[in-house]
Design a protein around this ligand. Structure first.
Ligand SMILES: *[C@@H]1O[C@H](CO)[C@@H](O)[C@H](O)[C@H]1NC(C)=O
Ligand SMILES: *[C@@H]1O[C@H](CO)[C@@H](O)[C@H](O)[C@H]1NC(C)=O
Ligand SMILES: *[C@@H]1O[C@H](CO)[C@@H](O)[C@H](O)[C@H]1NC(C)=O
Ligand SMILES: *[C@@H]1O[C@H](CO)[C@@H](O)[C@H](O)[C@H]1NC(C)=O
Ligand SMILES: *[C@@H]1O[C@H](CO)[C@@H](O)[C@H](O)[C@H]1NC(C)=O
Ligand SMILES: *[C@@H]1O[C@H](CO)[C@@H](O)[C@H](O)[C@H]1NC(C)=O
Ligand SMILES: *[C@@H]1O[C@H](CO)[C@@H](O)[C@H](O)[C@H]1NC(C)=O
Ligand SMILES: *[C@@H]1O[C@H](CO)[C@@H](O)[C@H](O)[C@H]1NC(C)=O
Length: 391
């Protein structure tokens, strides 16, 4: 079930689906998670990456927490009535992970409706999940989400959890192009689901799926999520055919199409009623989304001259496209296929590899921590994860 690496946190109706997590010393804290996801999934060998991980100081280092706790007082509480932008901040000026009074404030979804599904994180036997899980967090970014007080609050957090160091004019211009969502619920509970639960399969690209014959099982889920170079043709028996949600960053989209074209990844999935979810992991994603919405070439920045709509093969539709800033919610029963497992060395990098290739660990993921966390989620039955044929 899951996506391993991808997830963020979230909430929603009932369990979550993608959890992008943040980890402090190996303990994942789901609340914090919702703010600190670790970039999108992926067995991203493909996303040969330029991303750098945000450096997170060790919070157990008391010399840091005591003295530094760093510049918690660097700016006044931004949630007051300030009508001006908070003073510029730069992540490089912090010697330790700052703790703000408003660390645990989240924008909530006014349309939230509690789920009827009994299988919920709130009902988890794990007290950590139970406590950290916020079912009604606002998942998707839309045009009215950057106002002065929200900007000032989120400016205190590094991207992708916030906007520290970013240019207010540029970000606001981009976010303001995102249409308001008719419904904040990405996926509806299927009418056939008598228990009110949504069953999802999250399919990665790891070699563990080669020869798995899980295609039918995956396709029998209510919704199938895919990421990266999700090559389907020729691999249906192992990975299924359907895609309900394709999750990407600007970078993963562009890189996947470029690097895996010769293996047959000529376009991203375009199933009828598919939803595309963009996770903004940097300024380049905001540039991408603004030009996507304005249907033009990107005027400047990392992807200058590219036309974002071309990446959707004519299937771009505002109403099926969403921006997930930092959290992901979903779903009740999450089954994750094709994400890396502790025995990753046994498998090729991708399920579509024709010869064994080693999994390359890129700097934008803490793969070992991710594997450990997914395994914990699996063991806690919070998700189910495909661990290979023997299990
Ligand atoms: C704690 O942080 C200080 C300052 O960054 C560093 O000099 C020290 O080595 C760290 N101690 C440990 C145990 O990591
Ligand atoms: C906190 O920020 C102030 C400037 O705003 C700076 O002078 C000071 O050195 C910073 N303290 C730490 C511990 O980084
Ligand atoms: C913060 O970082 C910026 C750029 O790295 C630097 O120009 C500025 O002087 C720093 N400010 C403080 C208070 O250290
Ligand atoms: C938790 O489970 C109980 C029954 O097992 C159910 O009555 C309750 O509604 C559930 N709560 C949530 C939030 O799912
Ligand atoms: C900005 O938006 C937040 C969340 O919708 C709202 O609570 C807040 O009052 C707004 N702030 C301003 C200054 O409009
Ligand atoms: C911020 O972005 C705007 C619009 O993109 C630009 O005009 C302005 O120069 C930028 N400001 C800074 C300080 O870079
Ligand atoms: C976009 O999707 C919506 C909802 O699925 C549909 O009603 C609308 O006709 C679509 N627009 C285009 C241009 O395909
Ligand atoms: C994937 O499976 C096919 C068919 O079982 C096999 O021929 C191929 O060698 C496998 N690829 C790798 C890299 O193991």
């Amino acid at each position: 079930m899951i996506l391993l690496r991808i997830f963020l946190a979230i909430s929603f109706i009932t369990l979550l689906l993608f959890i992008f997590v943040t980890f402090y010393n190996g303990n994942c804290t789901i609340k914090a998670l919702s703010r600190q996801y670790d970039s999108l999934c992926v067995e991203e060998g493909n996303v040969a990456d330029s991303l750098q991980r945000v450096e997170e100081p060790d919070p157990t280092n008391s010399s840091v927490t005591d003295s530094g706790a760093a510049n918690t007082t660097m700016s006044p509480d931004p949630l007051g009535t300030q009508l001006t932008l908070v003073a510029p901040m730069d992540k490089h000026n912090f010697t330790a992970l700052p703790q703000w009074k408003f660390d645990d404030i989240y924008r909530l979804d006014p349309q939230f409706k509690p789920s009827e599904c009994m299988v919920s994180l709130r009902n988890s036997s794990n007290p950590v999940y139970k406590e950290k899980f916020i079912p009604n967090i606002q998942l998707f970014l839309q045009s009215d989400h950057v106002n002065m007080s929200e900007w000032n609050r989120l400016y205190h957090f590094n991207n992708p959890f916030g906007y520290m160091g970013f240019n207010h004019t540029a970000i606001k211009a981009a976010v303001d192009t995102i249409p308001k969502l008719a419904s904040t619920q990405l996926l509806q509970v299927p009418t056939r689901a008598k228990d009110g639960c949504i069953r999802c399969a999250v399919v990665g690209t790891c070699g563990i799926l080669n020869g798995s014959r899980l295609g039918k099982e995956i396709d029998s889920s209510d919704y199938v999520f895919r990421v990266n170079a999700a090559i389907i043709a020729g691999h249906e028996e192992d990975v299924g055919k359907r895609t309900s949600v394709y999750v990407h960053t600007a970078h993963s989209l562009i890189q996947s199409l470029m690097l895996h074209k010769k293996r047959g990844f000529k376009q991203i999935p375009t199933d009828k009623d598919i939803k595309y979810v963009l996770i903004p992991e940097g300024l380049r994603d905001y540039n991408f989304l603004e030009s996507l919405m304005k249907n033009r070439k990107i005027p400047s920045g990392a992807y200058r001259g590219q036309t974002p709509r071309n990446y959707y093969s004519g299937h771009f539709n505002e109403s099926s496209w969403n921006v997930l800033p930092c959290s992901y919610k979903c779903i009740n029963n999450v089954r994750v296929y094709g994400f890396s497992t502790a025995d990753y060395r046994k498998y090729p990098n991708y399920y579509y590899d024709t010869k064994h290739t080693k999994l390359v660990f890129f700097a934008n993921h803490d793969y070992r921590l991710e594997m450990k966390t997914w395994k914990e989620f699996h063991d806690d039955k919070f998700i189910w994860m495909y661990l290979g044929k023997s299990e």
